[in-house]
Design a binder for this molecule. Structure first.
Ligand code: ATP
Length: 319
């Protein structure tokens, strides 16, 4: 059975292009275990896919090329357009798996800010897998794409799956959760990114100094999952948790004011998303989210704010 809902010619436009969207994620909860000998940490997270989408468009080409537009395309530390870009590696991996030549021109249009704790690069990689599967007619199964995604990065399988899921291992071992109730958030996006490895290193440092608990035992994800399924908003607000928040705040002290600013402005709760610096502020409903975004935009605590909802589906073809 092929997984792509309608891969192949059905999604090839007149100009031969195929596009796929993939969503940003928020870690509604994120528990980080102690540093392992191999340098990694075990995680337990509850992922939520939200309605901030990158679009990856692929066309036939000779060899691989990548262009980037939108968030992170310019500035002092632009998103790379060479093989350091995760979509490049996604293309090579799928081509290798399918035994086809890795020939494609890949255009990444980013709405998800880079290095923001929103898994933007992972979303692009997942969208590239889906779009290239259709362009090349490789008919990869869902299982194939998930296995390739796990090789690309720990958040990539979730970018492919979307919805709500518990993530274990480094985040790549997913248990999907059926939770259809929509949740409304305001994402407060900072002016500069935070490096994920730097935030983990700061967590290890603060733990080694005894300033944070060692993370040896994971709390049960059940209260988070139950709150996501049926609310009320106060239950979800109480369940938000992120072990990377303290180290992110330590590296970027302005985050403390941003988190307080979000709750002062009416958010039910606010948490740093993943390794930050994005602040995910939970609102009671859609109207409350729009009002919250207006207040936060006026206060200038963030470079920009986005009203989003989730869960939304994972990477899928456009059209
Ligand atoms: P992580 O997945 O490490 O938690 P993040 O969600 O905070 O990261 P990303 O937007 O995925 O951040 O970017 C992390 C780094 O990955 C960037 O600084 C950039 O150099 C590199 N990168 C590679 N490909 C991409 C891409 N398609 N979009 C954004 N960044 C990319």
């Amino acid at each position: 059975m092929t997984w792509s809902t309608a891969g192949g010619p059905g999604h090839t436009r007149g100009d031969g292009a195929v596009s796929a969207h993939a969503p940003a994620k928020v870690n509604v909860s994120l528990a980080v275990g102690p540093l392992r000998e191999d340098g990694y940490h075990d995680l337990q997270t509850v992922y939520l896919a939200v309605s901030l989408l990158d679009t990856v468009t692929v066309r036939r080409g000779e060899g691989l090329s990548v262009t980037v537009t939108g968030e992170g395309a310019d500035g002092p530390d632009p998103v790379p357009t060479d093989r350091r870009n995760l979509v490049w590696r996604a293309a090579e991996l799928l081509a290798d798996h399918a035994g086809v030549a890795p020939d494609a021109a890949i255009a990444v249009d980013k709405a998800i800010p880079a290095a923001a704790g929103l898994a933007g690069g992972s979303a692009d990689a997942a969208a590239a897998l889906v779009a290239l599967d259709a362009l090349w007619g490789t008919h990869a199964t869902r299982g194939d794409l998930t296995a390739l995604a796990a090789q690309l990065g720990s958040d990539v399988p979730f970018s492919l799956a979307g919805g709500v899921a518990i993530g274990n291992g480094r985040g790549e071992r997913l248990t999907p959760v059926l939770a259809r109730r929509p949740w409304h958030w305001v994402l407060g996006i900072a002016g500069g990114g935070l490096s994920t490895p730097a935030v983990y290193a700061e967590l290890d440092r603060l733990r080694a100094e005894g300033r944070l608990p060692d993370g040896a035992a994971f709390p049960s994800p059940e209260p988070v999952v139950a709150a996501l399924r049926s609310g009320p908003v106060e239950a979800l607000a109480a369940a938000l948790a992120n072990d990377l928040q303290a180290p992110a705040v330590s590296l970027r002290p302005a985050l403390r004011r941003a988190l307080r600013g979000a709750t002062d402005a009416g958010a039910a709760a606010a948490v740093v998303s993943g390794s930050g610096p994005t602040v995910a502020a939970l609102a009671a409903d859609e109207d409350a989210a729009v009002r919250l975004a207006a207040v936060l935009a006026g206060e200038g605590l963030f470079r920009t704010v986005r009203v989003v909802h989730g869960p939304v589906p994972g990477a899928r073809l456009v059209g």
